[in-house]
Design a protein around this ligand. Structure first.
Ligand code: ZN
Length: 355
């Protein structure tokens, strides 16, 4: 009896391993990672040739599939859809959730609406739909124009045998320029007739999806990285998908960010009972430690900038003083602190001073 039991355990465990291996397809763009049963993260490989840029997560909701964000290019979205098909055994994607309006999270929307014309619902916060219309769609033309300029510059470098600084191209450098040129041309083709499908389901506070196997909560806690950041919380499994409200380092604090609200927004996120996080960029996180790190950074930065404004300091002086003051506690927690804290303080100063 015992022998049989051992035999069965070995048999089933090896079966499980084989099945798991079969389910994990290879991709040149993404690493497929099952973070909980029927919940997968697609983490962008740093070596990816296609500018996908942001991570994706997808999961089953009953016999349907929901996917989060759609990448920078249709090519990346097509690759994500291919992986979903293999991994889920050809279940249709019914829900696409845009965490916010930035190009690397929405430019593949139309890929899903053309692959699943009858099925797809694109879900986003009301402000995200507005910002896709007002900011993202007008920016596509700019991206296309920049690409034309970039391609011309790279072609000139090859023709003249000199790099952008006028230095002669080595054989190695020439190869690199040729590779960049090919990538830019591919991107140009991919973005040529780009249209963005707008979200057709919007909400202000929360939206729930109810499947046989799980509940999905799409939640808005306030402004932060943009005015419409939503997180996706799977309460039964303790999985949180954050978009760029949280990344593996200091998230981008751009001209549409609200650092003055970001800490409080994260305070809401922090209360969720989370065991693993799939961030908008970077690797899967095994705790919510980084939510606390970023919340403290935002609170400390806002407080320090307020003090400098009250003391009548200029923006330039404020950036220097606050960066030095924050470095001791925060620099080691954010690998890009040196590079990215300037724009964060800059934007905070602008929001708090009105200048
Ligand atoms: Zn973003």
């Amino acid at each position: 009896m015992r022998k049989l039991l051992v035999f069965l355990i070995v048999l089933f465990s090896s079966l499980t391993i084989t099945q798991a291996q079969n389910k994990t397809p290879e991709s040149s763009i993404f690493t497929v990672q099952e973070v909980a049963p029927q919940i997968w993260a697609l983490i962008v490989k740093p070596t990816s040739n296609v500018p996908a840029i942001s991570n994706t997560a997808f999961f089953t909701v009953g016999d349907r599939v929901a996917i989060v964000d759609s990448h920078f290019t249709p090519a990346a979205a097509r690759e994500a859809a291919r992986l979903v098909k293999i991994v889920t055994g050809n279940k249709p994607i019914h829900y696409l959730i845009n965490t916010h309006w930035h190009p690397d999270h929405v430019q593949g929307n139309s890929t899903y609406s053309s692959l699943f014309p009858q099925a797809i619902n694109i879900i986003a916060h009301t402000n995200t739909r507005r910002d896709i219309q007002e900011k993202e769609i007008p920016s596509i033309k700019e991206t296309q124009e920049e690409l034309v300029k970039e391609i011309k510059e790279l072609q000139d470098q090859l023709k003249n045998g000199k790099d952008e600084k006028g230095v002669d191209l080595t054989a190695e450098k020439r190869q690199e320029v040729e590779k960049n040129l090919q990538q830019s041309k591919d991107l140009q083709v991919d973005l040529e007739n780009l249209e963005i499908t707008l979200p057709n389901v919007t909400f202000d506070k929360s939206l729930f999806l109810h499947g046989e196997n799980r509940e999905v909560q799409v939640l808005y806690f306030g402004r932060g990285h943009t005015e419409g950041d939503v997180v996706i919380f799977l309460p039964k499994e303790g999985i949180l998908i954050t978009g760029d409200l949280l990344t593996g380092a200091l998230p981008f604090v751009g001209q549409d960010a609200h650092p003055e609200d970001w800490g409080q927004t994260l305070e809401g996120v922090e209360k969720l009972n989370v065991s693993r996080i799939i961030p908008g960029h970077g690797q899967v996180q095994e705790s919510k430690e980084r939510v606390t790190f970023l919340k403290e950074f935002m609170f400390d930065m806002v407080k320090a900038v307020k003090e400098q404004i009250a003391a009548g300091k200029s923006k330039e002086d404020t950036i220097k003083i606050v960066k030095t003051a924050l470095a001791e506690k925060h620099a080691k927690k954010f690998s890009n602190f040196e590079r990215s804290s300037n724009s964060a303080i800059d934007r905070t100063y602008a929001r708090l001073s009105g200048k």
